[in-house]
Design a protein around this ligand. Sequence first.
Ligand code: NAP
Length: 285
Amino acid sequence: MDRYCVIGNPVEHSRSPWIHTRFAALTGQALDYGRRVAPLDGFAAAVEAFRAEAAARGERAGGCNVTVPFKFDAAALAQSLSERARLAQAVNTLRFDAADGRIHGDNTDGVGLVNDIERNAGVPLAGRELLLIGAGGAAAGVLGPLLDTGVRRLVVANRTVDKAVALVRRHAALALAHGTTLEAWALGEVPGSFDVVVNATASSLAGEAVPVAAGVLRPGALAVDMMYGAAAAGFMGWARAHGAVPRDGLGMLVEQAAEAFALWRGVRPPSAEVLAELRALVDAG
Ligand code: NAP
């Protein structure tokens, strides 16, 4: 039995154990997936303890997912990084190499978001104009994969504009390679309107208003909040009220997990089926 877990603080709310347990059942993979809380200054020690406990039981730790606030610690801990994790400077998936135990870091958040938008919501991104609100770990994780879709224009807007500028600078070469116009703006100054708006801020968690003007939404725009459940309600209501199509972050959550599962196990799980099951579970409260 190979062992996996999600490490965060807090982590009790995480749906990852449920998602990966369903993936394992549906693909016939023998694995156990749990959750572990780490002290704020103890991420590396928590990873080490997880691996040591599995070894002491004669089992193998295959990897872990990493959530708030440890995605930057995970990038520092990894001994090698995928290109998308290097650009993001943030890691949400660690894989422990079976042969030599080395720690490889990846970031599956971006591919999860892109797969949810393109496959699940049926909105191809090539040639579109997209607004990404936020410049924290979540926004950093998705910017590279969003550029890889061939969007025509991508604007990053953040409360602290310097963070948006830094993120855009780091991705300038990738944007140039794709012929994408990539810009950084302050929240209240975003010029123009967009086909797709993605909220990667924690503003809805804080119960605060949507931090951009409704004019950013073109009629029928897709408006995605990375949150789900009650935390996404404010953004979803705002989008609906202004003629956009709202979408929460549940699909991204399942799709980023599917990418991590494929990285660990070499098998792609049926993510659409698991998303439908999880949606029913969340809707039932
Ligand atoms: P983070 O690194 O702490 O960044 C927080 C971001 O939110 C920053 O851009 C921050 O702006 C902005 N922000 C916070 N409060 C705000 C407010 N009141 N008004 C405007 N902007 C505000 O957090 P993160 O890791 O990026 O995560 C962001 C959210 O995405 C989290 O709630 C997380 O749960 C969610 N997420 C979901 C998925 C999924 O699979 N669905 C995956 C990853 C993350 P400043 O820079 O100005 O502080």
